[in-house]
Design a protein around this ligand. Sequence first.
Ligand code: IPM
Ligand code: MN
Length: 373
Amino acid sequence: MSKHFKIAVLSGDGIGPEVTLESIKILKTIGEVFEYSFEFENGLVGAEAIFQTGNPLPDETLELCKSSDAVLFGAIGDPSFDNNPDAKVRPEQGLLKLRKELGLFANIRPLKTYKSLIKKSPLKEEIIDGTDIQIFRELVSGIYFGEKFTDSEEGYAYDVCKYTVNEITPIAHMAFQEAQKRRKKLTLVDKANVLDTSRLWRKTCKEIAEQYPDVELDFIFVDNAAMQLILNPKSFDVILTENMFGDIISDEASVIGGSIGLLPSASIGSENAMFEPIHGSYPQAKGKGIANPIASILSAAMMLDYLKLDAAAEKLRESVEHAIENRYVTVDLSAQQPYSTAEVGSFIADYIRFSEKSYYNHENVSLGKSTIV
Ligand code: IPM
Ligand code: MN
């Protein structure tokens, strides 16, 4: 297999560029340590692309993504659009078009708790300790992509939610296969008591389940799932769900781990793949060096999995865990002794490079000196 990889970097808006920079720092270190070469090429997307070109996803960016081995994505969104319901062009359209054009049908959002952060969660320790969930969210169909219409004169609007069996089948297989590697439990989250699309999801998944007799398939309505996720998160192993339910419950689930700034995601298609933190552009923090880079860095680890660089992915995760367990974390996780975005990235990079022979010291990090003693 080739040891050279071309990575499209779409760092986007708000804190996107600063957290993505840390992932690049780390991938460069991984490249040196494991002898792979990563070539990074930047593309414009989101509000930044609208300001510069008028288009949230310029053609060159799409071409760049298609010709790359993987896409590293930062964040998208800008308050100047959020507060303007009449805006014709929106940054989010760039992300949605990118997902659609690249055929990224499966969005995978893993969630687990870290021992040293357990107290950061607003939920009780005994409820969340040991939670380990993988959310499979369908990403290129449903209400996000159905016909939409606004009639301002008459005062009505609609968004159509439509699914086909062919759209449900591939992500269902992926979720069953993931469950086989884990605790062998797959939960379909839907609203089958009300929605036809949900009944189609249930029927399709029941049929596919026959090919996976070792996996227990169960069903839960999304309103109840929202409650169970925070009452009894350990009851879930792999969750499979449609686009909008997945969007909502994955933000909810992020509370379990203590910070949304920790959660990565992979968006996988048959030809392309993109890796992005699940958090948004957090414009209030832009340029302040306080954003947590770990969600982006763990997304880079998912990228290494996808490129089948298993040893590198494992080393990267071990280094992130080391940073978290030793509280080398940003202000969202440590108000008393916070480190900057760049310091956390450098600490993780240094650990990747030197973990075998060194130890670290908080004082040097906070003085901005080398973390290696
Ligand atoms: C996400 C985001 C996006 C979504 C927005 C920015 C369009 O919330 O990736 O979860 O709703 O899918
Ligand atoms: Mn979301």
